[in-house]
Design a protein around this ligand. Structure first.
Ligand SMILES: Cc1cc2nc3c(=O)[nH]c(=O)nc-3n(C[C@H](O)[C@H](O)[C@H](O)COP(=O)(O)OP(=O)(O)OC[C@H]3O[C@@H](n4cnc5c(N)ncnc54)[C@H](O)[C@@H]3O)c2cc1C
Length: 436
């Protein structure tokens, strides 16, 4: 992928067909889908295309269609089909998702939801408690507290960086431009017809390249303080888009506020630890490196990642905010190790290698936001896909391209994801309970 620059300098405003704010996995998927529909003038702007603090860089790489709500199931199913068609490029490992339950009511709902999943072409097996140990010998502790499990063999893991790269390469090959080190700072809104507002101009600050060693420091500062320090700004180009798309992930509310639109999502920190387990400690028959994703009844999820095990757990009381601190050994010792060792003796002796944190963008119903921006004639939004943005990305990009090119959804009806549902009240929400 090559990056380019805006040619107008600080005075004029360059016309752009579709301006996508945010070049994470969602913005890149949108650019890819647009050029593949023949839209030639697509421009993606991002402060940091390397994505040091982007959720697309900091996630767990899980891809599953095992959800409980139709748009989430079908969009993830179609994205996994895209991953299957590019399996080598995205390092797809279809080793399944095993989901353990210790709550009878929740397991009954998982059982019920299989009918919807099946009707959408997603096969999910039910496992009785006795079958879990036989099939997954790694899990050898406290299985008597489980009421059952589901296993979805077509789900799995991908390399999210490779997915984003694939979208960007395809977008660039079709003529899309990616403007790196460009921060969306201001938006001018006009009203050409009563009640129909338009995004007229997008003001962007070009940020200096700086010393590479210092680069993430500056990016961190901007992404947590939400302004470019004057000494770091190089130019102030402005762009005049025909169509504007807010694909800013956890930063979407900042631009929504500039548009005068309510954004219901909040950024919430999520931490991940890498764990080293000695192969000799594995029980007979257990293949840790060949395992897929395991979601424990405690909410802990883990899977093999290179020579290590990647393990995450989401604190339900985590406050919202742009917080990237990793709690290190304290997180591992308090939250990760006890849960791992509770379920598998292999983790009794293990070592914390390192870890990181990234942002989930969480909505009140834990489903994403995709659609036209209410009250605007030329603005769309695609953000807040909580822990689902990688696995939903292809279908989201295609959906945005359909809205732009066809005026409505064609392949999948993703209209239930429109942000307006939050104005209509909880009955219109798309409450997704399989959220981790
Ligand atoms: C710990 C963790 C684990 C996860 N696990 C999974 C998983 O297993 N599977 C899955 O599918 N999803 C998972 N997710 C969620 C997934 O990572 C996100 O849903 C997805 O990456 C969101 O992509 P995005 O493009 O919307 O946002 P991002 O990747 O965050 O991209 C937003 C971009 O906007 C840029 N930006 C911000 N403000 C501005 C501005 N004003 N101007 C210009 N650029 C700006 C940023 O630089 C960034 O590149 C996980 C997330 C986390 C944090």
């Amino acid at each position: 992928m090559s990056t380019s620059s805006v040619s107008t300098g600080s005075k004029g405003a360059e016309r752009v067909g579709v301006l996508v704010a945010g070049g994470g996995i969602i913005g890149s998927a949108i650019a890819c889908a647009l050029v593949e529909r023949g839209v030639s003038d697509v421009c993606v702007v991002d402060l940091d295309l390397a994505g040091v603090y982007a959720s697309s860089e900091l996630n767990a790489g899980g891809a599953r269609a095992t959800w409980w709500r139709e748009p989430n199931i079908s969009s993830c199913r179609d994205t996994i089909a895209f991953f299957e068609a590019h399996a080598a490029e995205v390092s797809l490992r279809q080793r399944g998702y095993l989901w353990l339950y210790d709550d009878a009511d929740r397991f009954a709902r998982a059982r019920e939801r299989r009918e919807l999943q099946r009707s959408l072409g997603v096969h999910v097996e039910l496992l009785e408690p006795g079958a879990i140990a036989a099939r997954f010998p790694l899990l050898d502790r406290n299985l008597d507290e489980l009421v059952g499990a589901t296993f979805s063999p077509r789900d799995g893991l991908v390399n999210p960086n490779a997915v984003r790269r694939l979208y960007r390469e395809r977008a660039s090959a079709g003529g899309a431009r990616f403007l790196n080190r460009h921060y969306v700072e201001g938006i001018e809104v006009g009203e050409r017809e009563p009640g129909q507002r338009r995004v007229e101009r997008v003001h962007v600050v070009e940020v200096e390249k700086g010393d590479p060693a210092d680069e993430s420091g500056l990016v961190h500062r901007i992404l947590t303080q939400h302004r470019v320090p004057p000494e770091a700004s190089v130019d102030h180009p402005s762009l005049r888009p025909e169509i504007f798309v807010n694909a800013l992930g956890a930063w979407s509310p900042l631009v929504s506020a500039r548009l005068g639109v309510r954004d219901w999502a909040v950024p919430v920190r999520r931490q991940i630890a890498m764990v080293d387990v000695r192969a000799r400690d594995l029980p007979a028959g257990a293949d840790l490196l060949g395992a897929g994703m395991i979601v424990d009844a405690s909410g802990l999820y883990f899977h093999p990642e290179g020579p290590y095990t990647l393990a995450g757990w989401s604190d339900p009381d985590e406050p919202s905010g742009y917080d990237f601190r990793y709690d290190g050994d304290a997180f591992f010792e308090r939250e990760i190790w006890p849960r791992l060792a509770h379920r598998a003796s292999a983790f009794e002796r293990c070592r914390h290698v390192r870890g990181w944190s990234g942002l989930y963008s969480v909505t009140p119903d834990c489903s994403g936001v995709l659609g036209r921006l209410p009250g605007f004639s030329n603005a769309l939004e695609a953000h807040s896909f909580t822990g689902r943005g990688v696995m939903q990305s292809y279908a989201v990009g295609r959906g945005v391209a359909e809205l732009v090119c066809d005026g409505g959804f064609r392949t999948l009806d993703l209209s239930p994801l429109a942000g307006e549902r939050f104005l209509a009240g909880p009955e219109a929400w798309l409450k997704e309970d399989l959220h981790i």
